[in-house]
Write a protein that binds this ligand. Sequence first.
Ligand code: OGA
Ligand code: NI
Length: 351
Amino acid sequence: MAKSSTSPAQEVETLPPKKVQEKEIPQKMIYKGSDAGSLDTCLPLIDIPTIDFGLLTSPESSAQELEKLRSVLSSWGCFQAINHGIEPAFLDKVKAVGRQFFALPAEEKNKYARDIAIGFEGYANHIINGEEQAFDWIDRLYLITGPEDRKQLKFWPENPESFRKILEEYNAKMVKLNEFLLKAIALALNLEENCFLDMYGEEATMIAVYNLYPPCPRPDLAIGLKPHADGTAFTYLLQDKEVEGLQVLKDNQWYRVPVIPEAFVINVGDQIEIMSNGIFKSPIHRVVTDSERGRMSLAVFCLPNPNQEVGPVNGVVNEARPRLYKTVKDYTSIFYSYFEKGTRPIESAKI
Ligand code: OGA
Ligand code: NI
């Protein structure tokens, strides 16, 4: 990925604040991707079932719900999870500390500023460092939350005071939820229950990303987050309860993902596409902005440890479905270099 010699403070200052009063936006925020024409158009809603995690475990209903899960992950690659066992009141708290952090003065937030020379962790008001691409209309706080020894607390806000404790608690719950889903997808394919979990391995990486999309005077010109697929195994997204913005691409058509308060939008990442030998699809998605309302989301990226070798699991390669993907290691380190160029990293893993 591109390295920068600027200090974190300088880096944060390279972009003017995202102003709402003006109808003009800085030239370098004007998005010119091939999908730019559809940013501010009327789009259909994604037509996918919700998956009830409670039903996945009950003996009477699990077969039907697992089949729904298999079907939606093989077609769309994403779904909304309800009845997942994490208390709505707790989810509100996890979101509230993010909002409180973003509401702090820039000076305070910049104490946790990303230093791109070191990595992606910390607070930043843009993602891409490259010259060729437009900047996304986004502020981000990116934190590695596990395993324990990879946490860099210097990037973890101490304001609000409860931030660290709440995010740690959230992380523990997400580790469990992810294990549950890794088992469920094996059962959905009639495979041995632990086959994905074993390939996923121990000491997996957990990353929490708070995304803030401030109101944008020109939602037709700027993009919140460019089209991409995630380099994760799974991504667990808590959407803003009021403001829509996430869209998913299928058969060259963009679809809006509706807001279901308290549900997780869960999407397959490239590493589950690889492990499932392409049965499950890592969907391309993007975020558009809103002219009046800011939107905050919290994404949790679950991915194997960088030392773990990841390839198709037993049972997904056969005569009818030859092996389509190589074995990869530390997939995310190649991920961002592709992201900056606007190309899909999964191409590099195809045989
Ligand atoms: C991401 C992402 C979607 C959103 O962070 O990778 O796709 O709605 N976020 O913020
Ligand atoms: Ni994403």
